[in-house]
Design a protein around this ligand. Structure first.
Ligand code: GLU
Length: 561
């Protein structure tokens, strides 16, 4: 077979050569050890939690090594493309600290444009590049066309894939495919010419030289050394519209763009033999591979299963509405990615997670478990470390978008809100009342008359007259100018007067001789003032609320008791 002739017949318009491409995209000059990597999403929807994972790894590895992190848009499947998805994806990733140095970026007009010398960064714009390498493979006898008719193609496209999968006898199917493949390899120049004359579409297949019975060793930076079967499948390089498959585009792009580390989901691991074959055929240096484990969750029966797109918490944009700050989500991701992150963070509580010496070696080989309790824990810490001003601003901003009524109240008097958020903040052991920004309303809404409501009832075990007497005695003696000690002495005096123990030790030694203790007396007041039995320090609460509001609430309670 005259392969040169075949290549010209198949790609008459391609006049460029692989050498031209190498010249167009020279090797990068970077310092030793610099990691060049990319995130390469298909713009088919929102950013999934499972996508934040590999992208965070890529971002960390590139930036910790003074390397380059770029974004490539893998839009070779036009049917699955969702308009605006790429733009949304860039914004979402940026919110979670995943910033790109190069690649597809958002221009001033809000549209995607290219930044960097290795573009275009959208695969749909790189047809000529792929075809240049495809043509070269044909010239070397490493790829061949497989023709079909338009009608056959239409028939194939109209098959209901789900039905087909259900009804397929896989062994027979594989056998038939293999036979077809071997038959296809025998195509002659005359046949090719005849097909082209009829305008029959073709796909370009690789001519596999592997033996499925033989194993090849390959090292993955996460999974370790693996033994995989050689590729013996003549897989498709170019589809009938001349657009490459993932495999071919991956090899060509990652080579020309100077990727040193291919970081991607582990679902690509089974295709690795195909990629190894392609890199070898194309004469490309092999990059390092890192296949990142999937995120799992526990289902109702306690079994691990993949976090699916429909699961709560899968869509990164949902976290904003739920009131998780990006900082919290990012720290949580770090705890999942590197087992030693938490220890480091405990030793360096004031450092940003980006200062953590992230290491591929510390990554989990099997799947990580997505766990809301853990996320809430991390988030509580993050929110508790913020200054009163910061948390006030964050909650206000959140509420303005997701809870307008609450947002307006917070904005009405910023000082008042900041004082409330300052309760228990700033010390070595700050209060951890909020897991999310959305929790703020439940926690401190009672400070606002519009949101105050009595949520609990006084336990029946207490005498109503004691409660009433407590409330009226309290109003009689309350002086806003009192310091905390004086205030508490007055509460204790009320306890003593009613036969409740003011001294907890005495109470514990002989509970039978008291009606209750000073904590119960405080609770009587607390429930009236805050509407709940559980609230931040009551003295401070009253100082912030001011006497009028405190008395107003106590009077209202007295009226209904
Ligand atoms: N477009 C592929 C995906 O979304 C990219 C995989 C890769 O990073 O190479 O899974």
């Amino acid at each position: 077979m005259d392969y040169n002739r075949l290549a010209d017949l198949l790609f008459p318009n391609i006049t460029t050569t692989p050498e031209d491409m190498e010249a167009r995209y020279p090797r990068r000059e970077l310092k030793e050890g610099a990691v060049v990597t990319r995130f390469a999403p298909s713009p088919t929807g929102f950013v999934h939690f499972g996508g934040l994972f590999p992208s965070t790894v890529g971002e960390r590895m590139a930036h910790l090594s003074d390397g380059v992190f770029f974004l490539r848009i893998e839009d070779t499947d036009a049917k699955r493309e969702v308009p605006g998805a790429a733009e949304g994806l860039i914004k979402t990733l940026a919110r979670y600290g995943v910033n790109f140095d190069e690649g597809a970026i958002l221009g001033e007009d809000g549209k995607i444009c290219d930044k960097g010398a290795y573009g275009p960064y959208k695969q749909s714009q790189r047809k000529e590049i792929y075809q240049t390498f495809a043509k070269a493979l044909v010239k070397e006898g490493k790829a061949y066309p497989a023709f079909t008719t338009e009608e056959e193609l239409d028939r194939l496209n109209s098959i209901n894939k789900k039905e087909e999968i259900k009804n397929t006898n896989w062994e027979e199917e594989a056998e038939a495919k293999r036979a077809e493949m071997l038959e296809g390899r025998k195509i002659t120049l005359e046949e090719v010419e005849a097909h082209l004359k009829e305008n029959h579409p073709f796909v370009l297949r690789i001519l596999a030289d592997g033996d499925g019975e033989r194993k090849i060793k390959v090292t993955d930076l996460v999974k370790g050394t693996l033994e995989l079967p050689e590729n013996d499948e003549d897989f498709v390089l170019l589809k009938s519209d001349g657009i490459p498959t993932y495999h071919f585009a991956h090899a060509v792009d990652d080579h020309l763009m100077g990727t040193t580390h291919v970081i991607r989901g582990e679902e690509w691991l089974p295709s690795l033999p195909k990629h190894l074959q392609l890199f070898r055929y194309l004469g490309f240096k092999l990059p390092k591979f890192m296949h990142i484990s999937q995120i799992m969750k526990l289902d109702e029966n306690g079994n691990k299963k993949k976090l699916s797109k429909r699961d709560m918490g899968a869509n990164m944009d949902d976290y904003t509405g739920m009131g998780y700050t990006p900082e919290a989500v990012c720290e949580y991701v770090m705890t999942l990615l590197n087992s030693n992150y938490e220890e480091w963070h405990m030793q360096n509580p004031d450092k940003h997670y980006k200062e953590f010496p992230f290491s591929a070696k510390k990554m989990s080989v099997s799947g990580c478990l997505f766990d809301y309790d853990k996320l809430n824990d991390v988030s509580k810490n993050v929110l508790s470390r913020m200054s009163a001003e910061d948390i006030t601003a964050k909650v206000t901003e959140w509420a303005k978008e997701f809870d307008e009524e609450f947002g307006k109240l917070l904005e009405r008097d910023k000082d008042y809100a900041t004082k409330i958020f300052a309760i228990g903040r700033g010390g070595k052991k700050p209060r951890k009342d909020l897991a999310t920004l959305a929790d703020a309303k439940g926690y401190m809404g009672f400070f606002y008359d519009e949101l105050y409501k009595v949520e609990e009832e006084y336990p029946d075990s207490f005498d109503k007259t004691d409660i009433k007497k407590t409330l009226s005695d309290f109003m009689e003696t309350y002086d806003e100018g009192d310091d905390m000690n004086t205030w508490f002495e007055k509460v204790k005096a009320i306890a003593d007067g009613l036969g409740y123990a003011s001294d907890m030790k005495a109470y514990k030694a002989d509970p039978e001789s008291f009606k209750g203790n000073v904590a119960d007396i405080s609770m009587f007041i607390r429930l009236a003032v805050t509407g709940k039995t559980n609230a931040p320090d009551l003295y401070t609460v009253m100082q912030i609320m001011g006497k009028d509001r405190v008395f107003d609430r106590i009077n209202k309670m007295l009226a209904v008791l």
